[in-house]
Design a protein around this ligand. Sequence first.
Ligand code: HEM
Length: 502
Amino acid sequence: MASCLEREINAFLWLSLISVTSYLLGKLAKIFELWRKARPIPGPPCPSFYGHGGLISTSSLTDILYAMHKKYGGVVKLWLGPAQLLVSIEDMDLIREVLLKAEDKLPLTGRAFRLAFGKSSLFISSFDKVEHKRNSLELKLGGALLERAHLIPEQIWGCVIENAQSARANGAVDSKEISLHLAYTILATTIFGDVFLAWPKATVYEELLMNISKDACFWASYSITPFWKRDFWRYQDSCAKLKCLTEELIKECRQKCKSGFLWESDGHDNTEYEPCGEIISLMFHGSLTMAALIANILTRLVTHVDIQDKIYSEIVMVQKVGRSPDEQNYDMTPNLLAVVYESARLLPAGPLLQRCSLQHDLKLKDGTVIPAGAIIVVPVQLVQMDSSNWGSDALKFNPCRFLSSTDGRCIPDQKETSTGHTSSVLKDPNEFKAFLPFGSGTRACIGQKLAVLGISSLFAALLERYEVRLQPGSEINPKPKMNNCILQLLPSPQIVFVKRSA
Ligand code: HEM
C-alpha cells in the first residue's frame, strides 16, 4: 500500500518536473527564436544580458533613437531585456506600412485605462477586439457629435475666461490650467450635450478626472498591482467616485434626451452594453491631448503676435461674409487651421507612436522582418521635426507650410479683409507623409476631426473677443517634456485675455 502511494507521488513529481522543464524549454526556445529573427535588424551591440535598459534610464528614449537612427539607418533595434525587443522605424517609406500592418498596441496602455476606469473596449491591445467598436464610434464622432463640437455656444468661452481671470489678483491665467478646462468643456459638452452644461457636479467631475489623470500612468507602470499601498487605494477610491458620477450623468442624459449618441448599444452583440468605462476613457484621452494642443497654440499665439493679428483679420472676414451655423469652418479659416496643424506638428501628443503585432511576424516591403511580440515605435517627435521631411525651417513655427496661395502669400492682407476674400487655401495635412500627430493606419486616432474642429471653433470664438497676451515676466521659452504620459510645454506661460473693443 505504502509503496503504491510512493510510486504515485514519484509519478506525480516526475510529471510536474517534466511539465515545468518543457514549459521553461519552450520559453527558452522562444527567446532563441526571437534573437535569431532579430539578428538581421541593425542596431547597437548588446552591452549585457539585460540589453540597453541602462542606456534608456540615463537619457530620453527620443534622444537615444535620434543617435541610433543617425548611425544605423531607418530601422533600428534595441534590447530592453533578454526577451523584450524594441524596433524603431524612422524610414518614411516604411512608417505608413508599419502603422497599417501592425494592428495591435502594447498591453500597458490598455492596462492604465482598465485600472482606472474599468472595462472598456477602446484603448486595448488587440485590434480584433477593438475593431468593431472603433468603426461604430468613428461614425458617431464624425456625424452628430462633430456638429455639436462646432456649435458650442460662444458665450460659454466668455464665461470660462472671465471666471478664470477674476479668480486671479493680476488677471493672468496659467495657460496649462485654462487649456485643461477649455478642452474638458469642449469634450464634455460634445459628448453629453446641454445636459452637461446644466449639470451642478461638472466642477467636481473635472477635478476628479484631472487628479486621476496625473496618477494613471504611475499606477499602471507596476507590473503587479500594488494592493499593499495606501495611496493606490486612495487612487482607486477616486476612480470609483468618477465612475459613479459618470453613471449619474449618463442616466440624466438618457432621461433628458431621447437619442443618446455614445451610450447606445450598436447591437453588435447581445451582452449588456456598459458605456461608462468607454466614456471616461474618451474623456481622459481627449481632454489631455486636446489640452496639450490648446496650450501649445496659446503659447504660439502670444509669441507670434503678427500671426494672431492675421487670424483675427480672417475671423473678421468670415463675419463679414456671414457664417451660417451649419457650416464647418474648414475652408473659411485656413490660417487658423494651419496654426492648429503646425502646433500639432511641433508638439505631438507623445514622442512615440507605439504598436506591436501580437500573433504574427511583420514582413516589410524592404525585406525587414519584425518578430511577433516586438515593441514597434515610430519616433513621431523626430519625424515631425526632421529637416529632410519639412525643409530647413523644420524646427520653426511656420503655419504657412500648410497653406497654398493663389498669389504666393499665405496670410490675408488689408484688401482681402475688407472684401471678405482670401487667397489662402488649406492643404490637406495628410498630403504630408511625415505629419503624424494623430497617428496613422489601423489604430489611428478616431477623434482627429472632432479635436481639430472643436479647437479651431474655440479659437475662432476666443480671438474674436480677446487678444491673447503674455503676462510680463512670464517664461516664454518652455521645453517639451512628458507630463502625465502626454508631451507638454513646461513651464506653461502666464497669459492675459484682453477684451477687444467693439
Ligand atoms: C488634439 C487631440 C488629440 C490628439 C493629438 C490625439 C492623438 C492620438 C494618437 C497619437 C493616437 C494613437 C494613434 C496611433 O497609434 O496611430 C490616438 C488614439 C486614439 N484617439 Fe486620439 N487624439 C486626440 C483627441 C482625441 C479625441 C477628442 C478622441 C475622441 C473623443 C480621441 C479618440 C481616440 C481613440 C479612441 C484612440 C484609440 C484608437 C485605437 O487604439 O484603436 N482622440 N489619439
